[in-house]
Each structure stands twice: as structure tokens, then as C-alpha cells.
Design a protein around this ligand. Structure first.
Ligand SMILES: C[S@@+](CC[C@H](N)C(=O)[O-])C[C@H]1O[C@@H](n2cnc3c(N)ncnc32)[C@H](O)[C@@H]1O
Length: 187
């Protein structure tokens, strides 16, 4: 991955890691606590996703948690208008702080995605590790105007995605069975 993630990004990624570790020591943002694991799993999978996504102007990260995959994607693709949707207050507060500290213009929607005005649509919607994938995909469908990008394990049942066709399933390098599913809206 080092060959494709620009060197200029590492300073920002380490700054993000630093603030995440500080917040995670006193509030539970992510169950993964080891910095090496955070880099490998959270950063690695998010950056891999960012490298594989089609060109677009807008992206919604559905249930962003501590910012994955949306925030590393934002760092990798500063041209993209990224919205991080996170319904838990403390996680949304962390995301606002990380964005301020990194000097980004990323939007945080600190509520459930279902509460967004119906008119809000995004070219790409990403979903990773959301608790109820079926319900989340159902809520994500009307928000995605072109693509859904779902990080899932190969053992999970393929979600029902009416109006979308699975286009690519890409294994995540270095993981046991994680994969990136990209689905495209049917014409
Ligand atoms: C298990 S965490 C995963 C976070 C992150 N995507 C990751 O991969 O580390 C799922 C997050 O989705 C949030 N969430 C679940 N349903 C949501 C909804 N409908 N709208 C906004 N956030 C939601 C939860 O609050 C939780 O923080």
C-alpha cells in the first residue's frame, strides 16, 4: 500500500492516530486499542477502500464510529466532499475534534442517517462494521446515487440491495476474510 498512499499523508495519519489514542484511553471509540492493529485494520482497510473507489464528488460514511473508513478516505482524496454520519454523541464529538485538528472541511452529521433530509444524496455511500448490516444497507440505499461500498466478511450473507448490482468483490490484502463489495446503481 506504501506505493500508492502518498508519503505526504503519513504526518496527518499519525496526527489522527495520536488524537484517536488519546480519546480512546478515556472513552470507548474503538475496541481495537493497539496502535499497530489500529494502523493495520482501521487505517489499512480504509485507505485500501479509498484507493479502489470510483471517481466521485460526494461520499457519505454511514456509521463512521471513530472515522472509518471515511476520515482516511478524506485524507487520501481531499477533493471529495465527505460526510461522516455518526449517531453517538461522544463519537461525533471526537470526529469534529479530529477534523478540526487535521484542518479538514469534512462534515459531521451527528445523528442517525435516517434523520437526514430526504433530499440529501451522495454519489458513494460507504459502510463498515455497522451492527445490523441489513437495516443499514436498507437505510443507505436511498442516499446513494451511484455506488455503495461495503466492507464485510466473506461469511456474511450478501445484503439485499434493490436497485443496485454488485460490481466488484475485492479481498482486503492481509486480512483473513474481509472484502470490499462495490455495488452500482442500475440505470
Ligand atoms: C461498530 S461501529 C463501526 C464504526 C466504523 N464504521 C468502523 O468500521 O470502525 C458502528 C457505528 O455506526 C453507528 N450507527 C449505527 N447505525 C447508525 C445510523 N443509522 N446512523 C448513524 N450512525 C449509525 C453506531 O453509533 C456506531 O458508532
Amino acid at each position: 500500500m506504501g506505493a500508492t498512499v502518498p508519503d505526504s499523508l503519513y504526518e496527518q495519519l499519525f496526527a489522527y492516530l495520536d488524537v484517536l489514542l488519546k480519546w480512546n484511553a478515556r472513552t470507548n471509540l474503538t475496541a481495537i486499542r493497539e496502535p499497530e492493529e489500529i494502523i493495520r485494520r482501521h487505517f489499512g482497510e480504509s485507505l485500501f477502500t479509498g484507493l479502489k473507489l470510483p471517481k466521485a464528488k460526494t461520499l457519505l460514511d454511514f456509521g463512521s464510529g471513530a472515522g472509518f473508513p471515511g476520515l482516511p478516505i478524506q485524507l487520501l482524496r481531499p477533493d471529495l466532499m465527505v460526510t461522516l454520519a455518526e449517531s453517538q454523541n461522544k463519537k461525533a464529538s471526537f470526529l469534529r475534534e479530529a477534523i478540526r485538528m487535521l484542518g479538514l472541511k469534512t462534515e459531521v452529521w451527528g445523528n442517525r442517517v435516517e434523520a437526514m433530509p430526504e433530499s440529501r444524496r451522495f454519489e458513494i455511500v460507504t459502510l463498515r462494521a455497522v451492527d445490523n448490516m441489513e437495516a443499514a444497507v436498507a437505510a443507505a440505499l436511498p442516499r446513494g446515487s451511484r455506488h455503495l461500498a461495503i466492507l464485510r466478511t466473506s461469511r456474511q450473507v450478501m445484503p439485499d440491495m434493490p436497485g443496485f448490482a454488485p460490481e466488484m468483490v475485492i479481498p482486503i490484502p492481509g486480512s483473513e476474510d474481509q472484502q470490499l463489495l462495490i455495488a452500482t446503481r442500475l440505470p
